[in-house]
Design a protein around this ligand. Structure first.
Ligand code: NI
Length: 190
């Protein structure tokens, strides 16, 4: 396993549609996923997409957020890896939330995301995934999935005055009456 170099905003690999993976269970995909998980954890991210490590393939890893304990589809370390994922937006409703991205280091932004989605994909072990999720889980998926289509979260923002350095988020939110939990959540968003 290895910690990979993370591409940062402006790198062309982050701006193009990643390629479908013809053989999701190929050993090189399993090796890529293992390296991506190590890289994500080293950088303290919640998710990572292959283009972020300079590999233009439709592969993503993330830790599905849960309210209570373990995610049923994640592995024993709480990570779900998906190859060739697909998404369907089940609601026109969007909700704003703070996001950060390992490819946009040191920043946070308020991003509108669909509240409810269905996603499908296959794990590197060949297990099909098909689930309907909402809330923060839906947000994390949409963020990582966007990377596969060459989209970074600032491109989804509707109010760029809410794009800021992470060191300013707490001050900003205090000004608007946010409580400690809300501030901690915003600061943790990567
Ligand atoms: Ni990201």
């Amino acid at each position: 396993m290895a910690i990979l170099k993370i591409a940062r905003m402006g790198n062309p690999v982050l701006l193009r549609r990643a390629e479908d993976v013809p053989h999701p269970t190929a050993p090189e995909i399993a090796a890529l996923v293992a390296d991506m998980i190590e890289t994500m954890d080293d950088a303290r991210g919640r998710g990572l997409a292959a283009p972020q490590v300079h590999v233009s393939k439709r592969v993503m890893v993330f830790r599905p957020p849960t309210d209570d304990g373990d995610d049923p589809e994640a592995d024993e370390d709480g990570v779900l890896a998906l190859v060739n994922p697909e998404v369907e937006y089940l609601s026109n409703e969007v909700v704003d939330g703070w996001e950060g991205c390992l490819s946009v280091p040191g920043m946070r932004g308020m991003v509108p995301r669909f509240t409810r989605i269905r996603y499908r994909g296959i794990t590197p072990a060949g297990r099909p995934i098909d689930r309907t999720v909402d809330g923060f889980h839906a947000r994390v998926f949409q963020h990582e999935f966007d990377h596969l289509d060459g989209i970074l979260y600032p491109q989804r923002m509707t109010d760029l005055s809410l794009l800021m350095f992470d060191t300013e988020v707490a001050k900003f939110m205090e000004e608007y009456g946010a409580d400690e939990d809300e501030i901690a959540e915003a600061e943790a968003a990567d």
